[in-house]
Ligand binder design. Structure first.
Ligand SMILES: [Zn+2]
Length: 261
């Protein structure tokens, strides 16, 4: 599932491929992915223009149209972008295709149709309308502490709540808690300030490390849990056994030896 690091990698990919290229056509293959905008409106707004900048809030990617407004992309459970030239290279499950004057195409790929394409006047307005909290890489440690000190329930669920903090999902909440040595079921408001500061630092480090490694778990440092999230797998830190818990309907993987608190 694309989380903050994956979407940041997509944003950089869009920057290095389709930015400043004139859009000559747009094909919406699956209308179900459109949210609050029709295919015709999108065509009117995109055709003949180009992307002048990109942005991201949590798991949402924004591409600014030269002039005004932003194309918004969310990738659901499985999705990606692909820029290519030969129509034969079009990926399966392409839901929207942008054609450029230079002969290249940009495919928005979404396998399970849980992603979304939308239109926004500004990133802030879209974030407010979708109740998105601050981005996990932008939030300062005081605001982060302010969120956790009011929270009941599990620490893992608190990190994944997009209206408090946007960008972290099931995979990276496990990694952040593993790297911070904190149990996924800790009560957020029970953590002392020193622990919260450490968690904030760890969150930033994990997200940046993932982005620096193209969000590819195979390239992550040896002591990372992502890629080894399996019940009974060896803990990459202590050699103990990884365990699984259900939290908010999701599977949490953790090491009881390394994550005691
Ligand atoms: Zn361990």
């Amino acid at each position: 599932m694309p989380e903050l690091p994956d979407v940041e990698v997509f944003r950089r990919y869009l920057n290095s491929t389709a930015l400043h290229k004139k859009i000559s056509g747009i094909e919406v293959r699956t209308k179900k992915i459109l949210e609050g905008v029709s295919a015709r409106t999108l065509r009117d707004r995109l055709a003949g223009r180009s992307f002048s900048a990109t942005g991201r809030r949590g798991k949402y990617l924004f591409a600014r149209l030269e002039g005004d407004g932003w194309l918004v992309e969310h990738f659901g459970m499985t999705g990606e972008l692909k820029y290519f030239q030969d129509p034969a290279d079009e990926p399966d499950h392409t839901r929207m295709l942008l054609l450029f004057n230079n002969g290249y195409r940009l495919a928005y790929v979404n396998v399970r149709l849980l992603g979304k394409i939308a239109w926004a006047k500004t990133i802030e307005e879209f974030a407010d309308g979708h109740n998105l909290g601050p981005d996990a890489l932008e939030i300062g440690r005081d605001d982060f502490a302010g969120i956790l000190e009011k929270k009941r329930g599990s620490l893992k669920a608190a990190l994944m709540n997009q209206s408090d903090l946007s960008g972290i999902g099931n995979i990276y909440s496990d990694e952040i808690l593993f790297q911070a040595g904190l149990h996924p079921q800790s009560e957020p408001r029970d953590l002392d300030r020193e622990t919260v500061n450490r968690l904030h630092r760890t969150m930033r480090r994990v997200l940046k490390t993932a982005i620096g490694n193209k969000a590819d778990p195979e390239k992550f440092p040896r002591g990372y849990l992502t890629g080894k999230r399996e019940e009974g797998a060896d803990c990459p830190r202590c050699g103990g056994k990884i365990e699984r818990l259900k939290i908010s309907g999701r599977s949490a993987y953790f090491c009881p030896g390394c994550q005691k608190q």
